[in-house]
Design a protein around this ligand. Structure first.
Ligand code: A2P
Length: 334
């Protein structure tokens, strides 16, 4: 069976990466449709060795096209409005925005962690792709939760500007040229902003709140105690995270490292004697999650510190969404 696949937001930062990852992974596709806003309608994009016209996203655009899978990355408002329309026309939407993630009827999927939850898509025809920082964290944490039962997590993130889309990226370029920012409230070049997404009543940012809630939903464990500080740093691609974890059970450090080395989608880079540890410049353009600086937290009975780095546009967004599509097709055909 061959599938018709749509990409919504095909001209954006993540949308373009969707196209690249789709080319690399060569899904069993018959036809592709590329959608964006009216601003981009008529533009041509080179894809799969052909020129594709960008089509305007409208309420009618899914009709009569027999689209099986629609990958969305065009902002929360667009997803909120158009995902149900695409689903009603028969597509399964894989949505990269935060609009549907916490809906109890929508599965929130990281294929290495909870592929069994995909079948919940049947409720609304929507599968949510998690927040970029959450994806890379849970890929590393899942094997440890299975072995030692996590009690508490402290996340501190160092997130690149590409996580804020094209406009975030150009703000760092503008800063390097000495121009003022347009996307961020303060300069990002030569600076760090402890402010990603909007501030909430409790003093956390929405990004921090997403990491807390999404981790619990993906791991299927609402008893997890989690806190987070999310920081934007002047890096173009790749999010880094310091993750402090406290376990219910004792662990052996060598066994923990071995479990991470075997974990799907994880590459351990942990050789301090030779100054080897994960860095965003090495994670760029890779699909794996890199883990290093693995060391016991000596301040608690059973705890560990990890440094976790991944390409936020790949594993944190496009790759994870395309992997969901691949897993969905695998489950359809099983
Ligand atoms: P366009 O390029 O036509 O504005 P980014 O996150 O990099 O800023 O990209 C956002 C993506 O979402 C772009 O492809 C953008 O298309 C698309 N987009 C934004 N608003 C809409 C909308 N109302 N309808 C369809 N696509 C949209």
């Amino acid at each position: 069976m061959k599938y018709n696949i749509a990409v919504v937001g095909a001209t954006g930062m993540v949308g373009r990466k969707f196209l690249q990852v789709l080319e690399e992974r060569n899904l069993p596709a018959d036809r592709y449709y590329l959608f964006a806003s009216a601003r981009s309608a008529g533009k041509e994009i080179d894809f799969m060795g052909k020129k594709y016209d960008v089509l305007e996203l409208t309420e009618e655009c899914f009709k009569g096209k027999d689209i099986h899978i629609a990958l969305f990355s065009a902002g929360g408002g667009t997803s909120l409005h158009f995902a149900p329309i695409a689903a009603a026309a028969g597509a399964v939407v894989i949505d990269n925005s935060s609009a549907w993630r916490m809906d109890p009827e929508v599965p929130l999927i990281v294929p290495e962690v909870n592929p069994q939850d995909i079948k919940m898509y049947k409720n609304k025809g929507i599968i949510a792709n998690p927040n970029c920082s959450t994806i890379q964290a849970v890929v590393a944490l899942k094997p440890l939760h299975d072995l030692y039962k996590i009690k508490r997590i402290v996340y501190s993130t160092y997130q690149s500007v590409s996580g804020a889309g094209m406009k975030g990226f150009t703000d760092l370029e503008r800063g390097i040229r000495g121009e003022p920012p347009e996307k961020f409230p303060w300069p990002i070049f030569g600076n760090c902003l402890p402010h990603i997404d909007v501030f909430l009543e409790n003093g956390y940012t929405r990004e921090e709140s997403k990491m807390i809630e999404e981790t619990r939903k993906i791991m299927g464990d609402y008893s997890l105690r989690i806190t987070a500080t999310a920081v934007r740093v002047p890096v173009f691609y790749g999010h880094s995270e310091s993750i402090n974890v406290e376990f219910a059970k004792d662990f052996d450090l060598a066994e923990l490292k071995a479990a991470l080395e075997k974990a799907p989608g994880v590459i351990v880079v942990d050789d301090p004697k030779n100054n080897r540890y994960p860095m965003p410049i090495d994670a760029q353009d890779k699909d794996e999650v890199f883990v290093g600086r693995i060391r016991r937290d000596e301040s608690v009975a059973s705890g560990v510190n990890l440094w976790v780095v991944a390409d936020n546009i790949r594993k944190g967004a496009a790759t994870n969404a395309v992997q969901i599509a691949q897993e969905l097709i695998r489950q359809w055909e099983a």
